[in-house]
Write a protein that binds this ligand. Sequence first.
Ligand SMILES: C[S@@+](CC[C@H](N)C(=O)[O-])C[C@H]1O[C@@H](n2cnc3c(N)ncnc32)[C@H](O)[C@@H]1O
Length: 205
Amino acid sequence: MDDPKDLVRRGYDALSLHYDAAFQGETKYRRWLSDLSGELAESSRVADVGCGSGIPVARDLVKAGHHVTGIDISEVQIQRARELVPSAEFIHADATTVDFPAGSIDAVVAFYSFIHVPLDEQFLLLQRIASWLRPGGLFVATMGHREWTGTDDNWLGAGATMWWSHADIATTRSWLTQAGLVVESEEFVPEGDSGAVLLWARLAE
Ligand SMILES: C[S@@+](CC[C@H](N)C(=O)[O-])C[C@H]1O[C@@H](n2cnc3c(N)ncnc32)[C@H](O)[C@@H]1O
């Protein structure tokens, strides 16, 4: 089988526009982002892991006055994000390889991106995120609910293969704790016959 990360990268290179067409009408991000802004001081530094095209997350966080750095493994997603949200910064990289200075970030968001990171790298990525955050910094993410790894050879009917991998939420919770992140809330987000979990966690002070 192809390297799963290559499948994900190539998949989003091919599907960037289809993804936005399918999901840009989602309204659930509004509350998540306004809740986050309510917790942040003005001009906070926010990293967006798996930022996609930057719409709506990076765009709305910039509008709320924050300094946003988006990271995405797909070159097409990053090119589009640079055009669509010119006031944010974007890094084309696998998030598991990115370094920010220790304690330099006020909040990290990761919406629907951990679900594409191989299971054996998710704890490592959480540890990295914890190292980027200042004490008391926030991590807000949607994670898988039940353990599942699989592919769809024609995702969104657009002819490209996509790959997902997620742990059950109890395992993710224990990884967060081991990484020094204190879980503050968990909310099930229903999607079709399944769903994700919205997690809020904070780096211990
Ligand atoms: C489902 S999209 C979500 C986009 C955006 N966060 C949102 O909620 O609208 C997942 C994004 O994560 C990115 N991604 C997946 N694995 C990644 C990795 N290892 N490093 C960086 N980005 C990754 C994909 O390229 C894709 O753009």
